[in-house]
Write a protein that binds this ligand. Sequence first.
Ligand code: UDP
Length: 365
Amino acid sequence: MKILIVGCGITGITLARKLAENSHQVAIIDSRDHIGGNCFDYFNEEGVDVHLYGTHIFHTDNEEVWHFLSQFTQWYPYQHEVKALIDGQLVPIPFNFNSIEQLFPTDMAKRLIDALLDEFPFNQKVPILKLRQSKSKELQFLADYVYEKVFLYYTVKQWGVKPEELDPLVTGRVPVFVGEDNRYFQSKYQGIPLKGYTEMFKNMLDHPNISLELSKKFDKTNLNEFEHCYFTGAIDEYFDYQLGQLPYRSLKFDFLTFDRPYFQKNSVVNYPCNYDFTRIGEYKYFLDSVSPSTVVSYEYPEAFILGKNERYYPIIDDENKSLYQKYLALAESEKNITFLGRLGDYKYYDMDKAVERVFEVLKTY
Ligand code: UDP
């Protein structure tokens, strides 16, 4: 079958590879001049792997996803940890026993930890919005503290609204951790492609049945030449915004190079309560690169404005979900086209979930 894939991000590339391996002839296009979508990275002149659209850490519990991608890359066994500046100290995020012990006097820390253990099993993740419902006095204090110092201002910067106005899954991504594990993710598999994401994607696209065209804008007349299209771009754009725009948050990165080996003590430092940026990423940590200077990015959230910046995050609330459903109804009346990916599904997918979604779509194909 002759198949068109619109969008050369992780979703489109996974689709292309899977379909090519099943003997389909695949054409994949992207309006940008590089592959990889927002996962694109490059190595600078000192050999540091810079993620152009912000820090990307691959993690999954899905064996099938991990083994599929592992055909195209080896992995650097990086385990992600994040620190946040809270009350003048850099403490582990997700907020855990170590964060509590760092921020509170010993007796008080013990009381707070005991209160957590009275209510939740050890090593459990508790979303902040759930912790706020606790009846325990200690946990109410802790929840208010964490809500304000970790989530409130960060979320207002990131999304323009308070945590409780968002789908609970968003703040639930970074739950309070009832334990001592400082890692951001507890996934079974975690790592950074040893030669970068872009190299892994190049390997995935390297198949005789795949042809790639960059800097190519999709045009509906393209569809005539193909038997099926997988569209991983924005679904509202496909339908010429006829029902209105689906809102997104965008990001602006200020990349800075410092003439010294390290800028900060950790790959990512969050600034929930200070500054206009949410976090600073320092790229050399991901592959433990050794270099005389270091590259960091300051991450400033902003509204997505069509034609001005890129879409990063769908804003998942009831109103937007219902607008998406209306677009989906339009999509169902279109023939031979499937919408998927962060922009096609209007879902806040992690990289592994984007790959998983492709597997699921191809199973029913
Ligand atoms: N969040 C927060 N403070 C933090 C970290 C995360 O309030 O220090 C909230 C914020 O709303 C953020 C969400 O949790 O958008 C998800 O964070 P995550 O780090 O998963 O976001 P991503 O890396 O996908 O941008």
